[in-house]
Design a protein around this ligand. Structure first.
Ligand SMILES: Cc1cc2nc3c(=O)[nH]c(=O)nc-3n(C[C@H](O)[C@H](O)[C@H](O)COP(=O)(O)OP(=O)(O)OC[C@H]3O[C@@H](n4cnc5c(N)ncnc54)[C@H](O)[C@@H]3O)c2cc1C
Ligand code: SF4
Length: 332
């Protein structure tokens, strides 16, 4: 492990200053929150910061549910959010995605902000024994494209990178139109979570639109997303403690026996959490009939491209959508 100095700033302003000086890419200073992802990356020599800047005690961990919607402080843990009675009642998609993530021990430690900014599980990114990884080492190539790519993405990929985004929480939040509150040296701004993440294109090492030093301070979800019938489908290689091979976050507002409004986002298949608005449009006004649902879900495959080992995801993600809609629709 590369030696580093652990900085424990006593104010957010001091923390922002540390990181702002450090620059954006492969920064010599990095934030650490719960540490559940960062420490693995340090141990594996994937990240080699000279300074780790602790966010402990600097960001709020409040969970507020009210008429304006849901607000999650960035320091709230996955376990706290998943167990919050109002989240469970009004935003069950979020609680479900969290409970399907990681393990109780990890959920007790991991934060909202860290979850959204965790790094990909592409095995070549996490193994410095492979020299070619454009995300870890810009310009070095991509070991996954011609290699073992079962876990990689089929949507939003580029010739430079096909890494799948790993967060389950982000998939549920993107389906519910969540907004992240970002704080930096020059103040606060709000941006849709969907816009936080960049597609890899030519520069997969730049994963978000965050400016140097900016932190995620909170997440908000509009009140319009509360009370929807929802279901989080997660297909994985073992029943717990495993990342998604394919996931579908589905939320429905029913209009009698027909779907009035549908929100659908996919995980495990996109280089970012992947909202499928064309599927949502096809579902609006539809009855919950298998053939109709299958035809709508087929639209998720538009633009999808497999790389051999992960071709199966294109069919599997459509089935996950249908399963999600059928299950959500049953929750009368
Ligand atoms: C064994 C295991 C299984 C897992 N399974 C799953 C799973 O099934 N589904 C899933 O979604 N996740 C899974 N995870 C990942 C886990 O959810 C993340 O490791 C965790 O959410 C990261 O949160 P953290 O607070 O520990 O972040 P850290 O590890 O502290 O930080 C992660 C990244 O975010 C940055 N960061 C942290 N907070 C902020 C902030 N507020 N503002 C700006 N930057 C910030 C850090 O600089 C770092 O780059 C698993 C992890 C493990 C170890
Ligand atoms: S898919 Fe992306 S993260 Fe994986 S090896 Fe290729 S460049 Fe690296």
């Amino acid at each position: 492990m590369h030696p580093f100095i652990l900085e424990r700033p006593t104010s957010l302003a001091a923390a922002l200053a540390f990181r702002a000086q450090a620059g954006r890419n492969d920064a010599p200073a990095e934030y650490i929150a719960g540490g559940t992802d960062m420490i693995q990356l340090l141990q594996e020599d994937v990240r080699r910061p000279d300074r780790l800047v602790s966010l402990a005690g600097l960001l709020d961990r409040r969970i507020d549910v009210g008429p304006q919607g849901l607000r999650l402080g960035a320091a709230a843990t996955m376990a706290e959010v998943a167990a919050h009675a109002d989240v469970v009642r009004q935003y069950p998609l979020i609680a479900g995605a969290l409970l399907d993530s990681a393990s109780p021990q990890v959920r007790n430690q991991a934060t909202m902000g860290g979850n959204l900014l965790q790094r990909t599980r592409c095995p070549y990114f996490r193994d410095v024994g492979y020299a070619a990884c454009n995300k870890r080492n810009p310009g070095s190539g991509c070991s996954a494209i011609g290699g073992e790519n079962r876990w990689n993405a089929v949507l939003g990929t580029s010739e430079a990178c096909i890494a799948a985004h790993p967060s389950d929480l982000a998939v549920a939040l993107v389906a519910l139109d969540a907004v992240v509150i970002v704080r930096g040296a020059s103040g606060e701004r709000a941006l849709p979570l969907d816009d936080l993440y960049r597609l890899p294109a030519e520069a997969p090492h730049i994963e978000t639109v965050l400016q140097p030093g900016e932190v995620i301070a909170a997440i908000t979800v509009p009140a319009g997303a509360s009370g929807l019938r929802s279901h989080y489908v997660k297909v994985r290689d073992r029943a717990s403690f495993e990342f998604a091979v394919v996931a579908a976050a589905v939320a429905l507002r029913m209009d009698g026996a027909r779907i009035g409004e549908a929100r659908v986002a996919l995980g495990g298949v996109g280089t970012k959490p992947w909202r499928v608005r064309q599927v949502e449009t096809a579902l609006a006004g539809s009855p919950l009939e298998p053939a109709v649902l299958r035809a709508a879900a087929a639209r998720a495959a538009e633009g999808a491209r497999g790389h051999g080992h992960n071709d199966f995801k294109i069919e599997l993600m459509q089935r996950a959508i249908v399963r999600g809609i059928e299950t959500a629709g049953e929750h009368a």
